[in-house]
Each structure stands twice: as structure tokens, then as C-alpha cells.
Write a protein that binds this ligand. Structure first.
Ligand SMILES: Cc1cc2nc3c(=O)[nH]c(=O)nc-3n(C[C@H](O)[C@H](O)[C@H](O)COP(=O)(O)OP(=O)(O)OC[C@H]3O[C@@H](n4cnc5c(N)ncnc54)[C@H](O)[C@@H]3O)c2cc1C
Length: 329
């Protein structure tokens, strides 16, 4: 196989995923420019190999060596403001972008402060926190289509945004290049989320500081306690099933989600007495029951632990928990 200039072989990925799992990628390329993206495209086309787009690896679980090309996104071409609209390239760090918007008096994203990862990964699972979702502020998205080699634009409707979901989850050949946001010129605090209700914010920067402080207290630092944030989504169930659950557990924690009910996955895990559970070299955080900490360079323990949690919750409540991070098979 003839290697392209920038493609390297046998790259260890332990520094490129927040679980610090040590697996090797057969091929690896860093994409900083449009020509790097084209080089990756040519390589895939020529060699007919599988590929994976990788941001900062804070929402992926590698399960074995990756027998294809890892496309590491470092694309930072533009960050441009036009009145209340911003075009931003996908390789920028998400939290630095949030801070940039606040400094430029553009509001809406402040509740999403402190979420690790790149701008380009944000739309994939429609990142959300503290009563906001990224999709509330996206106007359209520019992608490089790795099947055709074309650059395409998807408007918000075509992105099919939903709770931790979007069209991109099932279309892994679409590389998000640039995201176009429509933000607010006036700061109106969204303190609808329980933890924020007690505050009266005058400035977006104050809200950001509080969100960062709460996150710091509640979540585990992935640099010292390798994790991917919430390992499970809050399951969505039918209203009729909620009645059955309430009959069993009167204090079950839930929220309305359109025509469905969103049940707190953290509540389910805690009610099954799984908070703090250790299995070999992985454990459920004592601080936050949705966070699984990996104390190994291998994926075995964390995969066993998440399966055990799923089985116990299914047996007790007949609810199937779904993983939030992308499991790379
Ligand atoms: C401590 C911690 C706290 C977290 N808190 C939150 C939170 O509050 N809310 C929340 O929603 N998430 C949270 N997360 C999850 C994670 O930070 C987000 O999902 C983030 O957007 C992932 O960014 P990334 O660059 O690391 O993506 P990666 O992990 O590298 O990739 C995630 C997925 O997106 C795909 N992808 C990445 N970039 C692109 C691109 N440019 N084009 C196409 N596909 C792409 C990948 O193939 C993969 O499937 C948390 C994670 C950690 C470790």
C-alpha cells in the first residue's frame, strides 16, 4: 500500500481518547487544512479502508485496534462574526469558542460552558447541559462528504437534532467542517435548570463562572480520572410505562420530553445501588453515578462494567439503558 505524505502507521491512540485506552490505529492523519482533508479522502478511496473522524476523543470508547484510518480533526481555518452570526471551523475547542462568544457579546451558549471536545463534535450528539442544547443556536452546517468528496451544506432541519442525537450519528461519512451559529445580541439568563434557579445573573460571564464551578464540583476530571462524561443517556419511555414505574417507585425522577417521558438514568443506577461499584479496573464514580472511570489502558473492565449496569437496570425496571459515547467496534 502506497502511503500518502501525511498518513502515519501504527499510531497509539491513548493520548487521543479521554478513557486513555491504549489501542493502535493502522493509519492516522491530522487534518489541519482543506488539502489534508482531500489527502485523507484520496487515501480512503484508493485503499478502500474504513475510517473514523476523531475530535478530542472525549466521547468515544475504543474496544480494539482500529483497522483503518483515524482522521484527527485539527481544522481551524476560520472564526468569523457577522453581526449576531458566527462561522467557526470544527477543530476549535468548544469551551474556548463559548468564551469567545461571550467576550464578543454574543449569547446563548453560556450554559454549555465547560463541555470538553471540539466544536465539530458538538452537533453529533447535540451536546447539552444546564437547560440548553447546541442545536438551539445552529443555523446550518458545512460538511465534507467522505463518500463523494463534495462539500455540502445541511440546514438545521436536515440535521434532525434530538436529545443526544442527530443525522450525523448514522452518517459517519460526513465530516463537519464549519458550523454556523445564530446567537443573541442581548443576554437573557436561562436559569431554568434546577442548580441555576437560585441565582440572578446580570452577565453571561457570571452564568459561565457558576456553570464551570458546578461542573467542577459534580463531575470527575477526565485528565486524572479517565472518563467520557455521562456513559448513559436518560432513557425515553412511553407515558403508559411511566404509570407502571410509578406504581413500583413513587419517587422516580422523570421529565417530559415531547410525547415521551425522559427518566433519569442516574436515579435508576443509584436505586440499583450501583453508585461507587468497582469491577476489576473500572468503577462507577461516587460523585456522579453516570460517570464510569477507567483505571486501565484496556477497554475490558469498562465494557464489562457498563454491561453489568445495563443488565441490572433492565432486570429491575425493564428499561434498556443506551450508551451515550460512540462505541468503536
Ligand atoms: C468530563 C466530561 C464531561 C462531559 N460533559 C458533557 C455535557 O455536559 N454534555 C454533553 O453533551 N456531552 C458531554 N461530554 C461528552 C463530550 O465532551 C461531547 O460529546 C463532545 O462534543 C465530544 O467532543 P470530541 O471532540 O471529544 O469528540 P470525539 O469524542 O472525538 O467524537 C465523538 C463522536 O463525534 C464524531 N466526530 C467528532 N468530530 C467530528 C466531525 N468534525 N465531523 C463528524 N463527526 C465527528 C466522532 O466520530 C465520534 O463519533 C462530556 C465528556 C467528558 C469527558
Amino acid at each position: 500500500m502506497k502511503l500518502q505524505k501525511k498518513v502515519v502507521t501504527n499510531k497509539n491512540l491513548s493520548k487521543f481518547n479521554s478513557l486513555q485506552i491504549s489501542v493502535k490505529a493502522k493509519y492516522y492523519i491530522e487534518c489541519k487544512t482543506d488539502s489534508d482533508i482531500k489527502e485523507a479522502f484520496q487515501f480512503i478511496k484508493k485503499n478502500k479502508i474504513k475510517f473514523l473522524i476523531l475530535g478530542e476523543g472525549t466521547n468515544v470508547v475504543f474496544t480494539k485496534p482500529f483497522d483503518g484510518l483515524i482522521i484527527k480533526n485539527l481544522y481551524k481555518k476560520e472564526k468569523k462574526i457577522y453581526k449576531n452570526k458566527v462561522k467557526v471551523s470544527s477543530g476549535y475547542k468548544w469551551d474556548r469558542f463559548v468564551s469567545f462568544c461571550i467576550k464578543n457579546s454574543l449569547y446563548g451558549l453560556e450554559n454549555l460552558s465547560g463541555i470538553p471536545g471540539t466544536v465539530g463534535a458538538g452537533p453529533i450528539q447535540n451536546i447539552g447541559a444546564y437547560g440548553e442544547e447546541i442545536s438551539n443556536y445552529i443555523e446550518h452546517i458545512e460538511v465534507f462528504n467522505f463518500r463523494t468528496g463534495n462539500v455540502e451544506t445541511l440546514n438545521k432541519i436536515n440535521c434532525n437534532f434530538d436529545y443526544r442525537n442527530s443525522v450525523f450519528k448514522k452518517n459517519k461519512h460526513l465530516f463537519i467542517k464549519n458550523v454556523f451559529f445564530k446567537l443573541k445580541n442581548k443576554f437573557i439568563a436561562n436559569n431554568s435548570y434546577q442548580d441555576l434557579k437560585v441565582y440572578r445573573f446580570k452577565k453571561a460571564s457570571e452564568l459561565r463562572e457558576i456553570v464551570l464551578k458546578i461542573r467542577n464540583q459534580k463531575l470527575e476530571n477526565y485528565l486524572t480520572k479517565p472518563n467520557v462524561g455521562s456513559f448513559f443517556k436518560n432513557p425515553l419511555i412511553e407515558k403508559k410505562d411511566l404509570k407502571r414505574l410509578i406504581a413500583k417507585e413513587a419517587d422516580i425522577k422523570f421529565y417530559k420530553h415531547n410525547a415521551l417521558i425522559k427518566v433519569s438514568a442516574a436515579w435508576l443506577i443509584e436505586r440499583c445501588n450501583l453508585k461507587g461499584l468497582q469491577l476489576n479496573k473500572a468503577r462507577v464514580s461516587k460523585k456522579h453515578s453516570l460517570v464510569l472511570i477507567n483505571e486501565d489502558k484496556k477497554p475490558n473492565s469498562i465494557l464489562k462494567l457498563k454491561n453489568k449496569i445495563k443488565t441490572i437496570v433492565l432486570t429491575k425496571y425493564n428499561i434498556r439503558l443506551e450508551e451515550e459515547p460512540t462505541i468503536i467496534l
